[in-house]
Ligand binder design. Sequence first.
Ligand SMILES: [Zn+2]
Length: 72
Amino acid sequence: MATMAKKVEFATCPTCGQKLAVYPYVVVGSNVVCANPRCNTSVRVTGREPIRVTYIPIDQTRNPDHRPESYG
Ligand SMILES: [Zn+2]
């Protein structure tokens, strides 16, 4: 059972540094797209209160269990 956060938190986009508002209904495991239209990076919420996000490479969005050790 996910615990819903009680307030809006602000994550930082790992690509462009844009502040991203993460609303209370955004639970851990959700994906958030960067608010910067020129960036459009997807990040996954991995923790709340405090907020934590992790960058999701495009080719991983369909396979969340895949964990490349030495990609790129
Ligand atoms: Zn961004």
